[in-house]
Design a protein around this ligand. Structure first.
Ligand code: HEC
Ligand code: HEC
Length: 503
């Protein structure tokens, strides 16, 4: 075991944590900071903020409130991510890599003691014998109408509704007053979505209620105030509050590997071609970088290739289609795929200097341009006073970005998809017009977007992702919802998946 012996010298300790440190620096430091203080450069974009490890306070643990989490708890949080927050799932790291990163997180869980010495909280706890032992969870009783009704009673008795609200929407009378232990605003969980930090199984929820979420107003409800039977009843009640329409489950998507079937003919290049109905879809969970009242929690992904062309179809539920912004307060729907250009999983926030990414971005406004349907301000808001230059011959004069050849500003794009590269947050650079080789089309219908991306497998451009039958590449997805005022870093995103092209 790493780090348990207090007498271990700093040097020996540093050697033991080296492999974990390298992984941490690559995958975690941008958010959590190199010293684990929760202050990485990406942290300003995020809410809630990344955990400050040195505080020794964790939200997700199977051990009693006030004790440290077990290695298994940290392992699970890192492997599975914290649902509904920007803490991604790292299930593409190997077991060994995950174990070493757990060791490094424990190493960072340290404070400076009274004499300037470094006190590791985990080492301290094991020396003092106060390491938490996981609580016992009795077997789940059958889910019955009675247990849900009992859960509803207990929910009212213990005043869960004061924070979580009558319908579990996270809007109880105290909801707007809550702060965490660092004084940062925190929202009670919305039980209508299926997004839980520590997982949504009965056992997960049972544990969260029993031990609380460290450092938050969600306190523990131990056996003295809540007996195990009633705690299970509460779990059943909470699960019953899930809004049935939040899932893409009704699109019959299942979670699994993104394997691209090889077909003989051409893959359909129309996103609503009935041929796509016969292609199996994979559900990709999405997490918000910023809390949203109705986040898009997942999308369905389908893909085909024929040895020459790859086509990837993304489908997600969005009640309102938001096209090109016509007023400053308007935001548009958009979607992007990012691919690793190396055989590593780069830093999730658009790659890192060692691991650049290739980004394919689609925007609803570019789609309108491609379809010749871009609304002008007068059409969209007929009664609004406008002061833009509507005459086409004046565009060149007054649209300086477009005149300068800026692809983003252009209203004459060939494809609604932009082919770009990045090496980290805020570094996205569009490829030159002649290097643009990704096609696409998005169609909004009946409350769903279907957006197709396609590219020829062959490309001589080293900035283009290599697509080779029989090989796999890392891919991650992002969606911007205009109705939620999403733009730039404000979006929902997936973690890295492996996209494998069948030989
Ligand atoms: C994109 C930003 C981001 C990256 C990258 C990231 N995290 Fe996090 N992490 C977060 C946020 C935000 C939270 C806090 C979520 C919350 O409080 O609900 C968090 C929380 C955690 C927690 C606390 C779990 C608990 O029980 O409280 C651990 C442990 C953790 N991260 C480890 C890691 C490790 C290890 C890596 C790299 C392998 C990593 N994180 C990468 C954003 C990130
Ligand atoms: C004082 C306000 C408050 C009360 C009362 C309260 N909660 Fe919470 N609860 C919260 C907050 C805030 C969070 C979100 C913490 C976070 O995001 O880290 C939360 C989160 C949760 C979660 C989510 C765990 C996860 O993995 O995401 C569950 C489940 C939960 N509460 C159940 C309950 C139940 C059951 C009761 C009543 C017995 C209750 N809460 C009472 C404030 C409260």
């Amino acid at each position: 075991m790493l780090l348990v012996a207090c007498q271990q010298t700093d040097a020996a300790e540093s050697a033991a944590v080296q492999p974990g440190k390298a992984l941490y620096d690559q995958h975690c430091a941008a958010c959590h900071g190199t010293q684990g203080a929760g202050d990485g450069p990406a942290a300003v974009w995020l809410f809630p903020k990344p955990r400050n490890f040195s505080a020794g306070l964790y939200k997700i643990q199977s051990t009693p409130a006030g004790t440290l989490p077990s290695d298994e708890d940290l392992y699970r949080s890192i492997r599975g991510g914290l649902g509904g927050s920007s803490m991604p799932a790292f299930d593409y790291l190997s077991e060994e890599e995950l174990r070493s990163v757990v060791g490094y997180v424990k190493h960072l869980t340290a404070v400076v003691g009274p004499n300037g010495e470094r006190v590791n909280r985990f080492a301290e706890a094991s020396a003092g014998g106060t390491v938490g032992v996981p609580i016992t969870i009795p077997p789940e009783p059958p889910l019955t109408f009675d247990s849900i009704t009992r859960g509803q009673e207990v929910y009212a008795q213990l005043q869960c509704n004061s924070c979580h609200g009558e319908t579990g929407a996270g809007d109880g009378p105290s909801a707007s007053t809550l702060k965490d232990s660092l004084g940062v605003v925190i929202h009670p969980r919305d039980f209508n979505t299926d997004l839980f930090r520590g997982g949504s199984t009965g056992q997960d929820l049972y544990t969260r209620i029993a031990v609380g979420l460290g450092g938050t107003p969600m306190v523990a409800y131990p056996d003295e105030v809540l007996n195990p039977t009633d705690r299970w009843a509460l779990v059943h009640y909470i699960q019953s509050l899930r809004r049935k329409d939040v899932e893409v489950g009704d699109m019959l998507a299942s979670e699994g590997a993104l394997t691209v079937a090889r077909v003989k003919g051409d893959p359909p290049l129309n996103p609503v071609d009935p041929a796509w109905e016969r292609v199996e879809s994979v559900r990709v969970p999405l997490n918000p970088l910023w809390p949203e009242p109705y986040p898009i929690t997942g999308m369905a992904v389908k893909a085909l290739h024929n040895g020459k062309m790859l086509a990837v179809l993304l489908q997600w539920r969005d009640e309102i289609a938001d096209g090109a912004p016509v007023r400053v307060e308007d935001f548009q729907d958009a979607a992007a795929l990012q691919f690793s250009l190396t055989d590593q999983a780069p830093f999730l926030g658009m790659g890192d200097p060692q691991n650049p990414v290739n980004v394919w971005q689609w925007k609803a406004g570019w789609q309108q341009d491609a379809d010749g349907e871009r609304p002008d301000v007068q059409l969209a808001y007929p009664s609004m006073h406008v002061d833009t230059y509507q005459e086409p011959e004046l565009h060149g004069l007054y649209r300086t970005a477009e005149t300068a050849g800026n692809l983003l500003a252009s209203t004459r794009m060939r494809s609604p998809v932009e082919d770009a590269n990045a090496t980290g947050f805020g570094t996205m650079t569009s490829q030159s017009p002649s290097a643009q080789n990704v096609g696409g089309k998005g169609i909004w219908r009946d409350g769903f977007w279907s957006v197709l991306f396609y590219r020829e497998l062959k490309s001589g451009d080293p900035r283009d992702v290599r697509l080779t039958p029989g090989e796999s590449t890392f891919v991650a997805f992002a969606i911007w919802n205009g109705a939620q005022r999403d733009r730039n870093g404000r979006k929902v995103f997936s973690h890295w998946h492996r996209l494998t092209l069948n030989p």
